[in-house]
Design a protein around this ligand. Sequence first.
Ligand code: BGC
Length: 453
Amino acid sequence: MSECIIQKYDSLNHALQALQDCFSITVPEMLVIAEKFHEDMHKGLTGLKGPLKMLPSFLDTPSGGENGVFLSVDFGGTNVRVSLVSLQGNGEITIIKRKSVPLKDPGGSYDYTASAATGRELFCFLADQIANFISPGVNIFLGHTFSFPTKMYALNKAVLIGWTKEFKTRLAEGRDVNKLLEEALKKHGLHGVRPVAVTNDTVATLLAAAYGDPHTDIGSICGTGHNTCYLEPQPPQQPQHHCPMIINIESGNFDALPANVYDRQLDMRSEKPSEQVLEKMVSGRYLGELMRLVVLDLVQQGLLFQGRPCDMTGFPFKPYSLSPEHMSAMISDDTKGLIETASWLKEATGIKDPLLAELGALKTSASLLAVRSARLAAATYVGILQHLDPLLTNLHTIAIDGSLYEKMTGYAQNLRSALDEILTDRAGQVTVRFTKDGSGIGAAIAAAIAVQG
Ligand code: BGC
C-alpha cells in the first residue's frame, strides 16, 4: 500500500522534535480545552447544538445498600462479558463467576462488529453466551451495559443513536437495545432472565465506585473507547428528569482540540469522519493506528529503516497493525539496547538490524501519543469539575475503568500528573480511582436500582 508523505522532515532528530511539538499538550492548552469542554457541556444541557450529547441515564448514584445476586452483561468495544454479581448491601461486591468472549473471533469464524452481521444476530450471540453461562430455568434480573451512545427513554429503554469505535453491524442503529436483548433471550427460552436496566459503561463505572465511595461523581472509560459521565445535580431546562441524575456526556465526540496532520489523516479514513474527534486522539481503538501513521511517514521519508528489507504487508504498511499493547511494551522497554522493541520489530516487519536511534524513535512516538491521550482526558475531567464545583470546595472521586488506564505503561501516572499540574493546590480534593470491572459491576447495580428503587 503506498501512502503519501504527510509531514516533511530533514532528519530523524528533527522529525522527533517536530513530533514532540505536535503531540505535546501544555498546561495552558489543557486549561483552554477544559474551559471549552465546560462551555460545550452547558450547550448540550440547554439543548443548544454542540458536540456533547449530554444523555440522561435515568440513574442517581446508589445508596450502597442495594443487595442480591444479579446477572450482568457488559457489551463493550471488544468483548462481551457475562457475570454473576453479588451485591452485599454494605458497599461490598463479589463477582461470583464471569466469562468473556470476543465479539470478533481471532480465528476469523465470526465478527459481530462487521457489516456482515445484523443487530438481531449480535443479540442472539449475546443470548447464546448467557444461555451457556446460567443454569436453565433460573429466574434472575439482568443489567446490561451497552457501551455506545443511546437515547434513554427509561432505565429499560435505550435506543442506539449510532455506532462508534468503527462498528458496522447493520440494522441496529435506531433500535431499542433492551428490546433486542429481550427478544433474543425469549428465542433462547430464557424466560426467567429479565433485562431491567441498560447503562452506558461510564455510568456503570460511576455506579460501581459510588457503591462504596460517596464522593464519586465522575465516571470514565479509557479503553477501546473513551467517554465520561458525571452526576448532574440539576440539568437546566430538563424539568422532566429527576435530579440528581448521571449524565452520559459522550465526551468522545468533543472536537475543540488541536488536531494535527496525523489526527486528520486517521479521521479521514475512519468509518465516521469528523465524529468522535476526542475519542480518536485518546482511545485504544485508534492509538496504535495514529502511531502507525507517524512511523509510516518517517519510513516513507527514508528516516527509518532505510534500505533494509521489510515485509510490505505488515507494520507499518498495514492499517491497524499496531495495538496499544505493542506501544505499552515499547514504552516500558528499559533494556540497554531496547532489545525487546528490536525483537518485536523483527517479528512485525522482518527488520533484523535496527539502529538504536530508530528503536528510540519508536519508543518516543509511543510515549508521546500515550501521554497526550492521558492529558486530553484529564483536561476534560477538569472541564466537568469546573461545572460541578469551580472552587473545588468539595471532595470528588473520578472512577476510571478501561484497558488503557489499567494496562498502558505510565498512563495512570500521566493522567494524575496532568490533573495535579492543572489543579495545583486544589488537586488534593480530587481522587482518581481505578474501578476494575466497573462496567460489569455497575450493570448489576443498575439492575438492583431498577427493582429495589
Ligand atoms: C462510546 C461511548 C462509550 C465509550 C467507551 C465510545 O465509543 O460512544 O458510549 O462509553 O466508547 O466504551
